[in-house]
Design a protein. Sequence first.
Length: 142
Amino acid sequence: MRGFLMLAGVLAAAPALAQVQPQPGQYETTSVIESMNMPGVPPEVLTMMKGRVTTMKICLTEADMKKDPKKMLSADKSCELKRYNYAGGKIDAEMTCKSQEGPMTMVMTGTYTTTSYAMRSTMSGGMNMVTRVSAKRIGPCK
């Protein structure tokens, strides 16, 4: 999950290369697990995780806006970026990673503005999870 939230943070800077550039500043990112299925995990544990909310703050600086998100996403050599489209306020990306549980695929779709983004992520492979992630600018970096 930590890796997913880090990926979401990297994606927050992605529109810098597109037509709509996000404003630098402090963003509050919220992730909600919509569904989850993991082999060997009791159903009651999966039920407890469904609806779980994780919130974190990410500071996007002017320097972050100049970084190429594709290079940041490709820095993990166990992952391959299959599709990457950020244009016209729309997010569409797919990434495949090797893990101990086997290959994992993450598909992300959503929208963005200069001060927010909202996307849905579907992860499949050794485990299956659907997560909704949103972020909004809450002010200058602290």
